[in-house]
Design a protein around this ligand. Structure first.
Ligand code: ANZ
Length: 845
């Protein structure tokens, strides 16, 4: 494109922005209202890629938009720079993880700058800097003081390949989310954050986010937290001192409990087996060993044949005194509810499968054929196919059909509950249990406590000391940070224990009273780092505190968060949890960190995710070199709704570059001077400009960036036509339209827009303009003149909307008095309508 040289434009404007800092947020006297727009910060793995380019282009549209709307917009960037890949690279190359990390950061930072994202470069943070992780340690200590950080031995997810524990959230379908290897269970003493204390709030507060977060993400969070409501029921076990409590969502079926099952890997199972016969003890030992070899996926697979063994013990049903056998089986999980269930085979499919496998009794206690007023009847596909079939309970015997009766109905074989509906029976039995002191209403969550310790080097050291007699001593706040020692001389190879344990000089300490102690050798999950980073951006250089409460008051919570849907559960849940903890501790005044969330899609190539191994990798740097930053950014915004994936094979950065050149050239041809009054300009062009100004805010705020780009393209075409049509170049409407193009284009193509603005004669920066308000008078719909002919003669002219349809126009024509006079009493034989311009009426002569 003649004249338009993106390289020259980029080279010109980058230093200007560096010098003028239009995106700085450091002026304490800035009176503009504030907005906090945050992109999820990157992990420094190599250079920026196409996925980054998309995310940061879209986030920047939003940040730049609010600036044009007169806001002081905080749009910060930093690096999530602790974590495993740095360690892997360090092992492979025999270097310090720091080296790899900070080299990559430098590279990404340079790319990010060139990408012209409107970040405030004075607020950069790196989570691997001691200046940052000091406050991770502070946060840990705050949770520790509150009893929200604790250590326990339990069965944890262990990745045999990465040789590290994983949080439940990091196990996807039984595999390590990072390396895809099967995860096994290992009993280890680990640190946990007590996120389960916040389960109800994490769930209930999702209601506040409805409509502001993608509904899919809200649903995933709800499902992850997984609240089940029901009752705890206490059973006495013969010869066992402590009562055994089970959690059930169906306490109404208590009279149908015919056996009890405890998880084989629970403490309780071991105790019950130990108190049983030598035969049971040895059978139990074998069974447990077998269970521990199976994976989580196998255990939760409902189609797998049921296994289990009787423990030779009996439990007493608290409502009817019935003696039921206690079994152990691996379909019962140790870490859900109380790790034990009352088995009701007639009404629970897993229990039924188990009972049928081992010949245990099955007792129906809900007549699912009995009608329930006010309840939605259970309709099965069979009933729809065969509506006349009489439903009779005897024919539905689960022992015969193998189908548990899960539906609603009326209680039978249940003493005081007989005749009640499910809901009423649940209420009644809980009353009875509470009166007898043998049970109570209860709920259980799928959410587990957050396992935060990692046996790896490149992370935040846990600020706890251990004495030989087993005491935990938190490091004093004033002694923070517990600095990560150099990796030199440490074996970083994964081996199941932290490399820091071998850093003798570091790990051994002496308490003030002379007692020797050892530092905790584990480091924190990097999700701890990212759980509060949005607050550190508010006072990134504050050496005295994690964040300044007054700054948080001013800026937080984040108004708009932008990032990938891959973080729909983990990161967002942890950040929500830590925010609530900080709220409870009085450090913040809000309970949700991210008011609104936008999940951008992925950038694909030929329909699939890009990867080196697939050979379909598109290199961002090559795209930027070939088409320029603005063309790539514009392509990202123009590709479609931001939530959708972009297939790079289907879009055209070359086309974007062409459009940019076309827009930019308008500025060359505008003949009027800045400051000219627009009032006398071409009315049609002005109307188009003002309609875009009127629509743009709604479009941007609903993330329809692609529509704004399309509308800009239309406007550019019309301005070009007006200029080329002769005297147009001096028309004030041409300047008005061209300035509007520059201002709105600054959302997507900041270099081109800035250059255009300067060429239009302005000294100010386009990035700091305010979006002009549309003139309401120009928004009223224009009209066109339709001609009505009768037998070839013009009889009337009608002012109509340009979008009028044929039927409507014909009706108006027929209703015209002039037309009626001209037609007289002749018969109309034909009407041809070309909306909105012409109506031709033919009559029978
Ligand atoms: C008796 C019963 C009868 C049950 C019935 C269900 C249907 P959700 O909805 O997923 O929370 N359960 C309790 N603890 C368990 C554990 N540790 N491992 C495996 N299963 C466990 O499931 C709650 C139901 O799952 C509970 O209600 C219990 O079975 C079982 F007709 O109790 B129910």
């Amino acid at each position: 494109e003649q004249g338009y040289d993106f390289r020259r434009i980029q080279d010109h404007w980058l230093p200007v922005w560096d010098e003028r800092k239009p995106f700085s947020t450091s002026d304490p006297d800035d009176k503009r209202p504030r907005k906090y727009v945050l992109d999820m910060f990157p992990y420094p793995s190599g250079d920026l890629h196409m996925g980054h380019a998309e995310a940061y282009a879209l986030g920047d549209v939003i940040a730049r938009y609010w600036r044009l709307q007169g806001f002081n917009v905080l749009h910060p960037i930093g690096w999530d720079s602790f974590g495993l890949p740095a360690e892997g690279a360090a092992i492979k190359r025999g270097i310090d993880p720091r080296e790899w990390t900070y080299d990559n950061i430098a590279q990404q930072r340079a790319s990010m700058r060139r990408y012209a994202t409107s970040f405030d470069w004075d607020r950069v943070i790196h989570t691997s800097d001691p200046e940052y992780y000091t406050w991770n340690q502070w946060l840990f200590l705050k949770l520790y003081e509150k009893g929200l950080a604790y250590r326990k031995a339990s069965w944890v997810n262990w990745c045999p390949f990465d040789q590290t524990v994983l949080a439940n959230e990091q196990v996807i379908d039984g595999r390590c989310e990072r390396c895809d290897n099967l995860v096994v269970k290992k009993k280890l003493t680990q640190w946990y954050f007590k996120i389960t204390d916040y389960a109800d709030r994490l769930l209930d507060d999702l209601n506040q986010l409805e409509g502001k977060w993608p509904s899919k993400v809200i649903a995933m969070q709800r499902n992850w937290i997984g609240r089940s409501v029901g009752a705890d029921v206490d059973f006495v076990i013969e010869g066992h001192d402590e009562k055994v409590t089970v959690f059930t969502t169906r306490p109404d079926t208590l009279f149908g409990a015919t056996f009890m099952v405890v998880a084989p890997d629970s403490e309780l199972a071991a105790q019950l087996a130990a108190g049983s016969t030598p035969e049971v003890q040895s059978a139990f030992g074998e069974y447990l060993a077998q269970v521990q070899k199976s994976t989580e996926i196998e255990r939760q697979d409902t189609t797998r044949a049921k296994t289990g063994i009787p423990l030779g013990r009996y439990a007493i049903n608290p409502v009817n005194g019935e003696r039921i056998p206690v079994w152990t089986a691996d379909y019962v999980l140790a870490d859900y509810g109380h790790g034990a269930v009352m088995a009701v085979p007639a009404h629970d499919q897993r229990d039924l499968d188990f009972a049928r496998t081992f010949g245990l009794p099955i007792r129906v206690v809900v007549d699912v054929t009995a009608p329930i007023t006010g309840a939605i009847p259970v309709i099965t596909p069979e009933m729809i196919e065969n509506p006349d079939e009489v439903r009779d309970l005897a024919s539905m015997d689960p022992a015969v059909t193998g189908e548990a009766l899960a539906g609603d109905g009326r209680m039978i074989n249940s003493g005081p509950l007989d005749g009640l509906s499910k809901q009423n029976a649940i209420r009644r039995v809980i009353e009875l249990l509470e009166e007898a002191g043998t049970g109570r209403a209860a709920k259980t969550f799928r959410l587990r406590d957050w396992l935060i310790s990692r046996q790896r080097y490149w992370g935040t050291p846990i600020p706890i000391l251990h004495t030989e007699d087993g005491r935990e001593i938190p490091v004093a706040e004033s002694a923070l940070p517990v600095a990560l020692p150099p990796s030199q001389g440490l074996d970083l190879q994964p081996k199941g224990t932290s490399p820091l344990g071998a850093a003798e000089d570091w790990v051994n300490v002496t308490l003030p009273d002379g007692t020797p102690a050892r530092r905790d050798p584990d480091t924190m999950d990097t999700f701890v780092d990212s759980s509060w980073y949005f607050l550190r951006f508010l006072s990134p250089n504050d050496a005295t505190q994690a964040f300044d409460v007054r700054e948080a008051e001013k800026w937080a919570p984040v108004d708009q968060y932008v990032g990938g849907v891959t973080h729909a559960i983990l990161h967002l849940l942890y950040a929500r949890f830590i925010t609530k903890v900080l709220f409870d501790l009085g450090y913040v005044t809000f309970t949700e960190p991210f008011t609104a969330l936008l999940n951008q899609g992925m950038v694909l190539m030929d329909g699939s995710a890009m990867s080196k191994s697939r050979g379909n990798l598109v290199r961002l740097s090559e795209q930027l070199d070939e088409f320029g930053v603005d063309a790539v950014r514009l392509t990202m915004a123009f590709a479609g709704p931001p939530e959708d994936d972009i297939d790079w094979a289907d879009v055209s950065p070359a086309g974007s570059a062409k459009f940019l050149a076309r827009a930019w050239r308008l500025a060359d041809d505008v003949a009027s001077e800045p400051g000219i009054a627009f009032g006398n300009g071409d009315a049609a062009l002005r109307r188009q400009t003002h309609r875009l100004l009127a629509d743009a805010p709604g479009l941007v705020e609903s993330f329809k960036f692609n529509v704004v780009v399309a509308r800009l393209m239309e406007l550019v075409n019309v301005v070009r036509k007006t200029i080329d049509s002769g005297a147009g170049a001096a028309d004030p409407a041409v300047r008005e339209a061209s300035e509007t193009v520059a201002v709105l284009l600054s959302l997507f193509a900041p270099y081109t827009a800035e250059d255009m603005w300067a060429k239009l004669g302005h000294d100010s920066l386009v990035a700091l303009q305010s979006l002009p308000k549309p003139d309401a008078r120009l928004l009223v719909e224009e009209s066109v003149t339709a001609i009505v002919q009768v037998d070839g003669k013009v009889r009337d002219r009608l002012e109509v909307s340009p979008t009028i349809d044929s039927d409507e126009l014909e009706a108006l024509a027929r209703a015209s008095e002039a037309v009626a006079r001209s037609v007289g009493d002749r018969e109309i034989v034909n009407v041809i309508v070309r909306a909105p311009k012409v109506v031709n009426i033919a009559t029978k002569p």
